[in-house]
Design a protein around this ligand. Structure first.
Ligand code: UD1
Ligand code: UDP
Length: 369
């Protein structure tokens, strides 16, 4: 008997991490796949879906400029609810910790539809940090039938919250499936990066860094650019106005700082590969860069991804100006410190996570009415 599986994508990282699951699910004779794009992100979601050749079956088009979380949640709950009522899926699959994930999890719960949570069990333990993602994943975790945990640590977090062990599956993170597949294609970044110079790649977008923290980050980047004219900084700027306006104002006119629009996924992977080191507050980048052997300095005080920190290849540097400058400078100047952080390790997966997710769903949904 076939099962209808509704796969949800809202933002860029959800699409990157859900794409391998969707593409593999479409090969399964038992699965009827319906892709629902909430379009919490518009341009950045479309970039990823185009790259992976995924055409959504439904599109809520909810994004508004500088959107407010309450209104976004309301639009998502109503819109996703209508699609669930119309499509009546057997299973809903969500990925990660965005507002899309939280709202769809609630909409599915209200209709008693079984929920699978991909990238389950990540926790900082502080409900306000990261904001609002920790709350989003706790809510999705409370409502899920299947918890696809990327690591053993994530499984332990869920067990501590009382989730029954037979509902937790350690699969690895599907981000590594997408990364390995994309890196293999060796698509050029198209950025015309200077030959022979070390590249520092930067990304930043977290809500808790809006305001003073993002200003301190940009001031630190400016100081690093001025101190190290031989180093080239590449910063694809997130379109959130709280980030974009600050970055474009504070980093304008520096000869060795290249600001650009968000890159398509394959060009971004190409720049990661070419980079000497990465400075980021992104979740996905913390998972991808270690697998490519690139050190990441994380612009946060805590992380729900402690495995690479424990391995010594990711370091939390927070948002203090002087500390960021000193830690980046250390990696630029000290070959041993750099070598220690650039051992290629991949604590988040082996490229087979989506296959595991699908095998579990196939077994578990077989024969269920
Ligand atoms: C969202 C997620 C965050 C995730 C991040 C990945 C929430 C609350 N936040 O943060 O968990 O880590 O995506 O990038 O779920 N915008 C555009 N075009 C786009 C995307 C965004 O113009 O393609 C602008 C819009 O003005 C939009 C704003 O960015 O209103 C904020 O988007 P939103 O999804 O609310 O927050 P992000 O900071 O992107
Ligand atoms: N990424 C991209 N283009 C960019 C910057 C990032 O394709 O210009 C990819 C990156 O490889 C990773 C994902 O976007 O897979 C991370 O998304 P983001 O940092 O927006 O969200 P988070 O992971 O923090 O939720």
């Amino acid at each position: 008997m076939t099962k209808k599986v509704l796969c949800i994508v809202g933002t860029r990282p959800e699409a990157i991490k859900m794409a391998p699951v969707i593409l593999a699910l479409k090969q399964q004779p038992w699965a009827v796949v319906h892709v629902l794009a909430t379009a919490q992100h518009r341009q950045m979601l479309d970039q990823v879906l185009n790259f992976f050749g995924i055409v959504p079956d439904s599109d809520l088009n909810v994004m508004r400029p500088n959107q407010d979380l309450t209104e976004l949640t309301a639009r998502l709950l109503v819109g996703a609810g209508e699609v669930l009522d119309r499509e009546r899926p057997d299973v809903v699959l969500v990925q990660g910790d965005t507002t899309t994930v939280m709202a769809v999890a609630i909409a599915a719960f209200y209709r008693r539809i079984a929920l699978g949570h991909v990238e389950a069990g990540l926790r900082t333990g502080d409900i306000r940090n990261p904001f609002p993602e920790e709350a989003n994943r706790v809510i999705a975790g409370r409502l899920a039938r299947w918890h696809f945990a990327p690591t053993e640590g994530a499984k332990q977090n869920l067990l501590r919250e009382g989730v029954s062990e037979d509902r937790i599956f350690v699969t690895g993170n599907t981000v590594i499936d997408a990364l390995l597949n994309t890196a293999e294609r060796r698509i050029d970044s198209g950025l015309n990066l200077p030959e022979g110079r070390r590249i520092v790649l930067i990304t930043a977008h977290r809500r808790e860094n809006f305001g003073e923290p993002i200003r301190r980050i940009c001031a630190a980047l400016k100081e690093l650019a001025l101190r190290n004219p031989d180093v080239h900084l590449v910063y694809p700027v997130h379109p959130n106005p709280n980030v974009k306006e600050v970055a474009e104002t504070m980093l304008a006119g520096l000869q060795n700082v290249q600001l650009c629009a968000p890159l398509d996924y394959a060009p971004f992977v190409s720049v990661m590969r070419r980079s000497h080191l990465i400075i980021s507050d992104s979740g996905g980048v913390q998972e991808e860069a270690p697998a490519l052997g690139k050190p990441v300095l994380v612009l946060r005080d805590e992380t729900e991804r402690p495995e690479a920190v424990a391995e010594g290849v990711v370091k939390l540097v927070g948002t203090d100006h002087d500390y960021i400058v000193s830690q980046v400078q250390l990696l630029l100047d000290d070959a041993d410190a750099y070598k220690n952080m650039s051992r290629g390790v991949s604590p988040y997966g082996d490229g087979m996570a989506s296959q595991r997710v699908i095998e579990i769903l196939a077994c578990d949904t077989a024969g269920r009415g």
